[in-house]
Design a protein around this ligand. Sequence first.
Ligand SMILES: [Cu+2]
Length: 233
Amino acid sequence: MRRAFVLVFLCTLVLASAAVAGSITGKIVYDDKVPTLRPLDMNADPSCAKKHDGRVTNPMLTLGPNMEMANIFVQVKNPPAGNHTAPKEAVEIDQNGCLYHPRVIGAMVGQPVNFKNSDGILHNVHGLPKENREFNIGMPPTLKEKEQVFNKPEPVFPVKCDVHPWMQAYVAVMTHPYFDVTGEDGTFSIEGLAAGTYEVEAWHERLGTQTMSVTVTDGAATADFAFKVPKKK
Ligand SMILES: [Cu+2]
């Protein structure tokens, strides 16, 4: 009896660990004519311009040497059921060189987002959500960080600085942890997925969204995306 119990227990453990063994990883590239974006003009605030050597590339389209795309928000649209607890650890977004780093973030409902001010110059963090309450945090040079918590899920919304019109960030508020943002190598990784078929969505601030159906069985499933400039209708 006891042995049978242990066996069932062990089988359950094996099954449980197999059930969350999956992940979806991928690489996102740009596959179109690269537009010439004007560098950012920071001369309106010399203390910003001074933080850069020469031209400041427009971060709207951040490409790696092989057209890898950064700042793509990737999420599972049909996440596994269950209540997902928000991490206590804050998601950080820094105002550095009068730019947001990173430019795109995701946080869970109830998870703090920590807006930092490494610049030590005057910024304000003006969020323009639709579901959550609009917010506008003044960040004088001496204010090094300020936390903000979002209570409702919301697709990606813009955050801007009213002092520096070129400053732009994007925040998504999620009910689950199955999301990631690509770094400069264009890759993302979404872990902890049970076996199943998932709709994966990739979002870019100007090039829209793409979705792909991906089946996770065991180990890593792949979802690679290529973005093009949408055709005008
Ligand atoms: Cu600013």
